[in-house]
Ligand binder design. Structure first.
Ligand SMILES: Cc1cc2nc3c(=O)[nH]c(=O)nc-3n(C[C@H](O)[C@H](O)[C@H](O)COP(=O)(O)OP(=O)(O)OC[C@H]3O[C@@H](n4cnc5c(N)ncnc54)[C@H](O)[C@@H]3O)c2cc1C
Length: 418
């Protein structure tokens, strides 16, 4: 891609480069646009937003009190253990200063499942309306070298390029004798392999733990574990998203994606668990599946960046990394926000990414030294990582037990008591 050479900046204006205009990069841009003093450039490789997959925002994103923020059954205690009440209060206060138009959009999407491209188009339209700080959109794929070349002294670069983050492993200097550059700044834990099944259902339907259990009676090996909710814009249609845990061998044999019919034909044992669920909700509600059933095989990885900023490039030159002279990242400040920083498989990642974008915007607004911004952002992201790690491990543990509920010894093997 060709990068515009000069940025339209007044002397006191802070230059910000946001790489990636997915949901998180867009919210980041919208937040900074609503604050004076920035010249923002937003880079995106996709010319149009075509991802129609349904996503669900976590209720804590629209919580307006501490108790509502920590209401989630799995997350609530973790939040109280990791964060000080003062920190949470400050977070809620910062949210109250978010542009009401953005808040209204987030509230609307939180009503149920929402297509990803509706979120992306909604925030894009808001950015196009303009605000106190200009946002210039640049179309094209940014390379690492181009990103490095863009950073002038004191610039801010925010990497929102998603799970395969452009800059994550460049945020720390190469180590002498390093074996695997992909692990330089990334910790990954594979929790399981799974088949994700999604479809629309033409009747309202609610599901709880009892339903998950009873609808899986008769499924010995493969269990269909559903997440169901209304469609944000249409309360009469339910979106069903189910995860079926599979082995590494199943994963290798399955195509990356297919329709429900192919799953039935080639992998009947996996498909049966899905069909049992569908038959039972048909009986209960009199509704039926609308359109195709989409099936995607996916490794469920939990990961995070050990450094979510370029703080390592600002540390004093030291012994055990390769000395490459002055690096571009020692001139400005780089932040990872969204999936580029943390990814959790049991999906609340967009909410987490949006929350981190709000936090970073709040820090920048305070006008404190950039070394403090980097430090406070690292601390916050580390706490969020602890929260996500604990939540994901709890859910995985609960899933493991659920999948063996009728097998007493199987359950006992999964329990670690003292
Ligand atoms: C099947 C499935 C279901 C999911 N369901 C949910 C859910 O219910 N709730 C939830 O919270 N999350 C869900 N997620 C996760 C969610 O989609 C991601 O967390 C979210 O999209 C992350 O947003 P992001 O902006 O950080 O990254 P992305 O959405 O990945 O956006 C990154 C952007 O950067 C652009 N980009 C990348 N590299 C470059 C480059 N070099 N130059 C220029 N542009 C670049 C990309 O084109 C893209 O637009 C789901 C994911 C999957 C796979």
């Amino acid at each position: 891609m060709s990068i515009p050479t000069s940025m339209d900046t007044a002397r006191a204006t802070q230059r910000v480069h946001i790489l990636g205009a997915g949901p998180v990069g867009l919210v980041m841009a919208a937040m900074l646009q609503s604050m004076p003093g920035y010249a923002i450039r937003l880079y995106e490789k996709r010319p149009t937003y075509l991802r129609t997959r349904m996503v669900k925002l976590a209720p804590y994103l629209v919580a307006d009190s501490l108790s509502a923020y920590a209401a989630d059954e799995v997350d609530g205690d973790n939040v109280a253990a990791i964060f000080d009440a003062k920190e949470l209060e400050a977070g809620l206060r910062a949210r109250r200063s978010v542009d009401p138009k953005l808040v209204a959009l987030i509230q609307e999407w939180s009503q149920g499942f929402c297509p990803l491209n509706i979120i992306e188009e909604g925030v894009s339209a808001m950015i196009a309306e303009g605000g106190p700080s200009p946002v210039e959109r640049v179309l094209g794929s940014v390379s690492v070298d181009q990103a490095l070349a863009m950073v002038a002294r004191d610039d801010i670069m925010i990497d929102c390029t998603g799970c395969n983050s452009l800059l994550r492993n460049h945020l720390v200097p190469e180590q002498v004798g390093e074996a695997n550059s992909a692990e330089r700044n990334t910790y990954t834990l594979r929790l399981e392999y799974a088949v994700n099944v999604t479809f629309l259902y033409g009747a309202p339907y609610q599901c709880n733990q009892y339903c998950k259990y009873y609808k899986n009676r008769g499924n010995s090996k493969y269990k269909f574990i559903p997440a169901v909710d209304r469609i944000a814009q249409d309360a009469g249609v339910t979106h069903v998203f189910g995860i079926i845990s599979i082995s590494a061998e199943d994963f290798a044999a399955l195509p990356p994606q297919c329709k429900g019919d192919l799953l039935r034909e080639k992998f009947p044992a996996v498909a049966t668990s899905m069909d049992r669920f569908i038959e039972q909700i048909n009986e209960e509600t009199g509704g039926q599946v609308i359109g195709d059933i989409d099936v995607v095989r996916i490794p469920l990885n939990l990961y995070h960046a050990r450094n979510a900023t370029n703080r390592a490039w600002h540390a004093e030159p030291a012994g055990d990394h390769v000395d490459a002279g002055e690096h571009a990242f020692s001139k400005g400040s780089v932040f990872l926000v969204g999936d580029s920083a943390i990814g959790s498989p049991y999906f609340q990642s967009i909410s987490l990414g949006i929350e981190c974008a709000m936090f970073l915007a709040g820090l920048l607004q305070q006008g404190i030294p950039m070394s403090d911004v980097r430090g406070q952002y690292e601390t916050r992201i580390y706490k969020q990582w602890l929260r996500v790690y604990m939540r994901s491990k709890t859910i995985k543990h609960n899933k493991d037990i659920f999948e063996r509920l009728d097998d007493t010894f199987g359950v006992l093997e999964k329990l670690k008591i003292y």
